[in-house]
Design a binder for this molecule. Structure first.
Ligand SMILES: Cc1cc2nc3c(=O)[nH]c(=O)nc-3n(C[C@H](O)[C@H](O)[C@H](O)COP(=O)(O)OP(=O)(O)OC[C@H]3O[C@@H](n4cnc5c(N)ncnc54)[C@H](O)[C@@H]3O)c2cc1C
Length: 440
């Protein structure tokens, strides 16, 4: 697929233009101009209200920034996040092989405070009272809101794990960047060419559909280049590759031939950390490093809320109205990012786009105006396949009033024609612009 048609596909998202425009410059101008007509004209009514945003990740930080940017001085925005800074999951696979450091993937909330006037509280929320419209912090403090945005990301179902405590501690997911990323990096870098890396992929939905396949490729490339060989086994609980099927099939069968083995329909039953074995319905696999990514669910604030927010996907995810991201259970509570259940992928780029649709809707609601009846979002994901080449996928969603869901436009999800050096360069621009649109 040519870059021009890729841009056309991406450019169709009315609220995600900044990232696309900045990433690709002049070439996107015409596409972007066409799209600007889709953005609503601002009214003269002043928005007033108190908005609390829970979670300073990709979704929550973007929402806090744009609520203040678009809402103006009448909208008081408070972001509540337990950590002083945020480690980006995006690019964290490259930390495992020494191509990035966690420090390079660290973002803080300083500009949110100083440039936009968001009040940032380093704390976590332990309770939500929808009728009293307040949240309780773990400090015991109670904060009132007019509108609440919840973006706590994901949590995991337990894995059946046996072995000594020390060996169990080595079985990490590293699917939330941080300490586990460092642990997995140390384990990968201690491998020799005789060793095997096993990655287990949970059943969908999970965050970043191409992410586990990307990790397998990045580790395979490292083992081949730096260690002179090694093996990577992918145990996928799903029946087939969940994203960029052509690019990853090519990567497994050609680029990383002889290193990667892909096993579909492999459900993990248990892991013996002492023996280094993964017991699945497809047999038992042995590896030096076991990277077990467990089944996902919404962040525990949603699943343990006690107010029924996890009303979708067998009680694991939050049902929302995608015109506003308001909970389908409680008014004035909006849930964005990975924790919500929509037809869109669980990914950072789409979390940023959802946050803007949500912020726009909240501003209109605070003004007593109708919300945008036809929002659009887009997602792009770049995937390093080797140290110098990358592939990508892109998809644009449009609200469908009949099904009341976001449906893919055009040809649906499109993927690049293979992995190239140009894509690798575009990937870096895309990342810088996405993170800057979120944190700067
Ligand atoms: C290896 C990897 C690679 C990836 N690559 C890509 C990619 O290339 N492109 C892409 O688009 N996406 C990618 N993703 C996915 C992306 O990182 C997530 O989809 C995105 O971070 C989701 O944003 P979020 O805001 O919902 O959750 P998060 O970014 O996880 O943020 C959640 C925040 O909520 C906070 N929180 C949780 N509970 C509470 C509470 N009770 N009170 C206050 N705060 C709380 C947490 O501390 C956290 O900061 C990747 C993910 C991984 C793991």
């Amino acid at each position: 697929m040519k870059r021009r048609s890729f841009l056309n596909n991406l450019g169709a998202s009315a609220l995600g233009l900044g990232i696309i425009e900045n990433s690709f410059g002049q070439e996107t101008k015409n596409v972007v101009n066409d799209i600007h007509s889709l953005i609503q004209v601002p009214s003269n009514i002043v928005a007033t209200g108190r908005v609390i945003v829970i979670g300073g990740g990709m979704a929550g930080t973007t929402a806090a920034k744009y609520l203040k940017l678009w809402g103006g001085t009448g909208v008081e925005v408070t972001l509540i996040e337990p950590n002083a800074s945020y480690y980006s999951n995006i690019f964290s696979n490259m930390v495992l092989v020494g191509e990035r450091t966690l420090e390079q993937l660290t973002f803080n909330y300083n500009l949110l405070r100083t440039k936009y006037g968001v009040s940032v509280l380093q704390n976590s929320v332990t309770g939500i009272n929808p009728s009293g419209k307040s949240v309780t912090l773990n400090s015991g403090k109670v904060l009132p809101y007019d509108k609440l945005v919840i973006a706590p990301g994901i949590d995991f179902e337990p894995i059946q794990l046996s072995g000594t405590a020390a060996n169990q501690a080595k079985i990490v997911h590293a699917w939330k960047a941080g300490q586990q990323t460092t642990s997995l990096k140390n384990q990968v870098q201690a491998m020799t060419k005789k060793d095997t890396f096993i990655i287990t992929i949970p059943p969908k939905p999970y965050r970043c559909p191409p992410g586990p396949y990307e990790r397998a490729c990045v580790v395979a490339d490292y083992l081949k280049r730096i260690k002179g060989g090694g093996k990577v086994i992918i145990l996928d609980a799903n029946p087939s590759i969940q994203a960029e099927p052509e690019n990853f099939t090519n990567a497994f069968n050609n680029t990383h031939k002889g290193i990667i083995t892909y096993v579909p329909n492999a459900t993990v039953i248990s892991i013996d950390a002492d023996k280094g074995t993964v017991n699945t319905n497809q047999g038992t696999f042995t590896g030096k490093v076991i990277n077990a990514i467990p089944t996902h669910k919404a962040g525990s604030l949603i699943t343990n809320s006690g107010i029924g927010l996890a009303n979708a996907g067998n009680g694991k995810w939050a049902g929302v109205n995608v015109l506003t991201y308001e909970s389908t259970v409680h008014q004035n509570i909006h849930i964005i990012g990975d924790a919500s259940s929509t037809t869109q992928p669980k990914a950072g780029h789409i979390a940023n786009a959802e946050a803007k649709v949500c912020a726009d809707a909240i501003i209109h609601m605070l003004k007593g105006e109708a919300v945008n009846p036809s929002p659009m979002t887009n997602s792009a994901c770049f995937t390093p396949i080797t140290k110098s080449t990358a592939s990508w996928l892109s998809v644009v969603f449009r609200y469908d009033p009949v099904s009341k869901t976001m449906v893919p436009t055009g040809n649906g999800v499109t993927e690049s024609l293979g992995a190239t050096k140009d894509n690798y360069e575009d990937m870096i621009k895309w990342f810088n612009n996405l993170m800057s649109d979120t944190f700067s």
